[in-house]
Design a protein around this ligand. Structure first.
Ligand code: ZN
Length: 291
C-alpha cells in the first residue's frame, strides 16, 4: 500500500522532478554562447553633422576653400574597363591621392563624394557639392577607346554653353523652396528675377570652370600627357551645378596599356595629384576665396 502511494506521488511529482533536472543539467552544461548578441548596435552620427553627406577633411575653418573631388562611377557601375583594370577603381585611387596631397599641403578643405566602392547617381554628386558649399568640384574619370589601344592622353571637360543655359533655366524653373544660389534664397521671389539670378550665377560659374580647366592644362604642361585636343565641352550632368565651378577630368585612356599602368602606379598618381593640387591652389589664389 505504501509503495502504491509512492508511485502515485511520483506520477504527480514527475514534471517538477524533470524541470528541476533540466535546470541542474542546464547549469552544469552551459549552452554555447556562439557570439550571439541580441543587442543591435549602430553608430549615431555626431551632433551637428548632416546624415548622408561626406566628411570634410582639412582645416576646421569654414572660410577656407572647399574642393569636392568626385571619383566617377562605383558600385554596380564599373565605368570603362581595360586589361583587368576598372575605371571606378582607377579614379578612386587618383581621387584619394589628390585629397592626400591637398591635405598634406594644408589650407584647403577637401571632401570626396565617395571614398569606397559605392554607386552615386550624377545628381547626387552635384547635390553633395552644393550641400557642402563647395568652391570647386572636380569629377575624375578615365576614358575608353574601344580596341584602339594606342589612343592616349588626358582631357578636361566643362559644361557646354547650350547645356549651361539649359541647366540654368531648368534649375530656375524647379519648384523647390529650399533652393538658393550663391546664398540668395529663391523662394518667394518673382520667377523672372530668379531666372536672371540663376543665369548670372551660371555664367560666372562657367567662366570660373573654364579658367580652372585652362589652369590644369597650363600647370600640366610637361607633367601630364594630354590628348591632342584636351579642352572639351559637353552636356554632362555632373557639371550642372549653377554655383559651383565644375570640371570633369578624363585622366587618360584605360584601354591603353601603358596609360592604365601609369595611372595606377605610385609615380603616376603622384604626378597627377601634384599637378592638380597646384592648379587648384592657383585657382583659389586668383578667386576671392583666400587660401
Ligand atoms: Zn567615366
Amino acid at each position: 500500500m505504501v509503495w502504491y502511494r509512492v508511485q502515485i506521488a511520483l506520477v504527480f511529482l514527475m514534471p517538477a522532478i524533470l524541470l528541476a533536472g533540466l535546470y541542474v543539467f542546464g547549469r552544469a552544461i552551459p549552452v554555447p554562447y556562439l557570439g550571439r548578441d541580441y543587442v543591435i548596435r549602430f553608430e549615431l552620427p555626431e551632433p551637428g553633422t548632416t546624415v548622408g553627406l561626406p566628411e570634410i577633411q582639412g582645416p576646421q575653418d569654414a572660410s577656407r576653400p572647399l574642393v569636392v573631388i568626385d571619383a566617377g562611377h562605383g558600385g554596380h557601375d564599373p565605368g570603362a574597363s581595360g586589361l583587368g583594370i576598372l575605371e571606378k577603381t582607377l579614379v578612386l585611387g587618383l581621387a584619394r591621392d589628390l585629397r592626400d596631397q591637398l591635405l598634406t599641403e594644408g589650407g584647403i578643405r577637401v571632401a570626396l563624394t565617395r571614398d569606397d566602392d559605392r554607386f552615386l547617381a550624377l545628381a547626387e554628386r552635384v547635390e553633395i557639392s552644393r550641400a557642402l558649399g563647395a568652391d570647386l568640384f572636380i569629377s575624375i574619370h578615365a576614358d575608353s577607346a574601344g580596341d584602339r589601344e594606342q589612343v592616349s592622353g588626358a582631357s578636361i571637360y566643362t559644361l557646354s554653353e547650350d547645356a549651361s543655359s539649359e541647366a540654368a533655366a531648368r534649375f530656375a524653373a524647379r519648384e523647390n523652396d529650399a533652393d538658393q544660389v550663391n546664398g540668395v534664397v529663391l523662394s518667394g521671389r518673382n520667377e523672372n528675377v530668379n531666372a536672371i539670378l540663376v543665369e548670372l550665377s551660371q555664367r560666372r560659374t562657367s567662366d570660373d570652370s573654364a579658367q580652372f580647366a585652362d589652369l590644369i592644362i597650363r600647370e600640366g604642361e610637361g607633367q601630364l600627357p594630354f590628348h591632342t585636343q584636351p579642352r572639351r565641352s559637353a552636356a554632362l550632368g555632373v557639371l550642372r551645378a549653377p554655383d559651383v565651378p565644375s570640371v570633369l577630368f578624363e585622366a587618360g585612356f584605360i584601354t591603353n596599356p601603358q596609360e592604365a599602368q601609369r595611372l595606377t602606379s605610385v609615380d603616376g598618381k603622384r604626378q597627377f595629384a601634384l599637378t592638380m593640387a597646384r592648379a587648384i591652389r592657383i585657382f583659389f589664389a586668383r578667386s576671392s576665396v583666400a587660401v
